[in-house]
Design a protein around this ligand. Structure first.
Ligand SMILES: [Zn+2]
Length: 118
């Protein structure tokens, strides 16, 4: 387990959670400290996803796919700088929409979201 810490751009939203570095974390959006806003939007896969933002600076901190309530995706850009160097992607989603200038590949490849593990 590793302690993941981070914040939005302005610092009004912070988080601090223990998780395996290689894994998505459960319920991170519930440990956010600070006033947040949630935008519920559609996904290509069908179920909606909840994107959590800072209302002050507009940074998206994480999102929860309704398809798997146990999972949250932390936006890597919000992690503290030293942690960004340790995080390594283990899979890549929406590869069929990858921009042509992105040449690196990371782990398992999925055209959309991976199948739910529940
Ligand atoms: Zn902010």
């Amino acid at each position: 387990m590793s302690q993941i810490t981070g914040n939005c751009l302005c610092g009004k939203i912070t988080y601090n959670v223990d998780i395996p570095l290689e894994a998505a974390t459960p319920a991170i959006c519930q440990v956010l400290k600070g006033d947040t806003r949630v935008f519920v939007g559609d996904t290509d896969a069908g179920p909606k996803t909840r994107r959590t933002f800072c209302p002050n600076c507009g940074s998206q901190v994480c999102n929860h796919p309704d398809s798997d309530p146990k999972v949250a995706f932390i936006k890597a850009g919000t992690m503290d700088n030293e942690l960004q160097k340790l995080v390594k992607p283990i899979f890549e989603v929406f590869v069929d929409k990858r921009l042509p200038f992105i040449n690196d590949r990371y782990g398992a490849q999925f055209a959309g979201m991976p199948p739910s593990q529940s």
